[in-house]
Design a protein around this ligand. Structure first.
Ligand code: F6P
Length: 318
């Protein structure tokens, strides 16, 4: 049996440990294992290579994806999609594992609907998939953002300033929420729960009057222009306010322990499903259990917002 793996969409720490787990457990189970370069783009262009145990040596600690990734527009066209199906047929790939976020799972579903034996592993820094408690890559990103914010605190405190830090996450505020709590940010601005700006200004003034010398606000990228917000914040609070946009730094770096373990567990589960010839499934984690469910159903699960974390942040970041 020939099995293939690709990484798609925005890269995230944990992709390399996932590929490693796939190759090693695939070979252990007697499969012929293929790595597809540059996501769906590479699939369309037939960039498939047979991998062996050594192909994934020394990758567990590396960020990014050594296979490469892409956001393939061609795959979404009828012609491009047809080419992808043709390549899978030519290489006689019996099962394909797609690693990525929301868009990649949608790509996997499209393949499933065309009769391809596909499985999906959720890897994205955004943590925006409702069916899984965590996407691989999210925790590593939090480590990075928390470290960045800790450094920003040093300079913000020294100058008695405020700093608005724009974080990634697309339409999801989880990076701002979790990193905000971990880094001791005074406030967060996220799509899931809109704190009135007046309340944010009031808290900043209160903190300042109490003698607090820094004020950090994590702003999710979906929430508009951080410079515009900073200007308004400065106007209403009288606090000198700077803006930091860490950008792609948030996606880089060595995968965290949590993500390495999660990637290994999820891929192991995918391998079990391949052995049982169960396809069309998305792997996830729910209440500490590695789960699998129909990709179509998984994509329908609405992401829950952890309001409790926001409440905690509001109480303790004063
Ligand atoms: O989905 C991961 C992510 O990093 C988002 O947080 C961000 O909005 C987007 O990708 C950026 O995408 P690109 O790499 O295409 O600029």
């Amino acid at each position: 049996m020939k099995i293939g793996i690709l990484t798609s969409g925005g890269d995230a720490p944990g992709m390399n440990p996932a590929i490693r787990a796939f190759v090693r457990s695939g070979i252990y189970n007697g499969f012929e294992v293929y790595g597809i370069e540059s996501g769906f783009e590479g699939l369309i262009n037939g960039r498939l290579n047979k991998l062996n145990e050594s192909s994934v040596g020394d990758v567990i600690q590396r960020g990014g994806t050594f296979l490469g990734t892409s956001r393939s527009e061609e795959f979404m066209t009828k012609e491009g999609f047809g080419k992808a199906l043709n390549i899978l047929d030519i290489f006689e790939i019996d099962a394909l594992v797609v690693c990525g976020g929301d868009g990649s799972l949608r790509g996997a579903l499209k393949l499933k609907k065309s009769g391809i034996n596909v499985l999906a592993i959720p890897i994205s820094i955004d943590n925006d998939l409702g069916y899984t408690d965590y996407t691989i890559g999210f925790m590593s990103c939090l480590e990075t953002v928390t470290e960045i914010v800790s450094k920003i605190r040093d300079t913000t405190e020294s100058h008695s300033r405020a700093n608005v830090v724009e974080v990634m996450g697309r339409g999801c505020g989880d990076i701002a929420l979790y990193a905000g709590l971990a880094a001791g940010a005074e406030n967060i601005i996220i799509p899931e729960y809109k704190t009135p700006y007046e309340e944010i200004y009031k808290k900043a003034i209160m903190c300042k009057n109490r003698g607090k010398k820094h004020h950090i606000i994590l702003m999710a990228e979906a929430m508009g222009d951080p410079y515009e917000f900073a200007r308004e914040f400065e106007k209403h609070t009288g606090i000198d306010t700077k803006v930091t946009i860490p950008g792609y730094i948030q996606r880089g770096g060595s995968p965290s322990v949590f993500d390495r373990v999660l990637a290994s567990q999820m891929v192991f589960k995918a391998m079990e499903e391949i052995k049982k010839k169960n396809f069309g499934l998305a792997i996830g984690i729910s209440r500490d259990q590695i789960i699998s469910m129909e990709i179509e159903e998984a994509l329908k699960v609405k992401k829950k917002f952890n309001k409790e974390l926001l409440d905690i942040l509001k109480v303790i970041s004063i």
